[in-house]
Write a protein of this length. Structure first.
Length: 119
């Protein structure tokens, strides 16, 4: 089992940047593919970005491609989401999640961190 704790959320103006972090504890972090998701008020949770176990392969939702970057540091048991050129529609609670079998099914979730982008 792995425990995930997100941090780095906050209030930022449109066009600004934030970097989210997700610290993992428990089982070996490098065994998990990792993902970021978000949920805006009144909307369903949606996929944002994904990174494989080694960090060599990433994937993004079309809505964030070119603006967000996912990365990981397996030595620090941490996955990051660098968010640039933020828009008001990026406002949401952001969650990190761990995929044990790298099959696209996320087994463990963090508690989320709020990101609010003002116009």
């Amino acid at each position: 089992q792995v425990q995930l704790v997100e941090s780095g959320g906050g209030l930022v103006q449109a066009g600004g940047s934030l970097r989210l972090s997700c610290a993992a504890s428990g089982r070996t972090f490098s065994r998990y593919a990792m993902g970021w998701f978000r949920q805006a008020p009144g909307k369903e949770r949606e996929f944002v970005a994904r990174i494989n176990r080694s960090g060599s392969v990433t994937a993004y939702a079309d809505s964030v491609k070119g603006r967000f970057t996912i990365s990981r540091d397996n030595a620090k048991n941490t996955v990051y989401l660098q968010m640039n050129s933020l828009k008001p529609e990026d406002t949401a609670v952001y969650y990190c999640a761990a995929d044990d079998l790298a099959d696209g099914i996320y087994d463990y979730w963090g508690q989320g961190t709020q990101v609010t982008v003002s116009s």
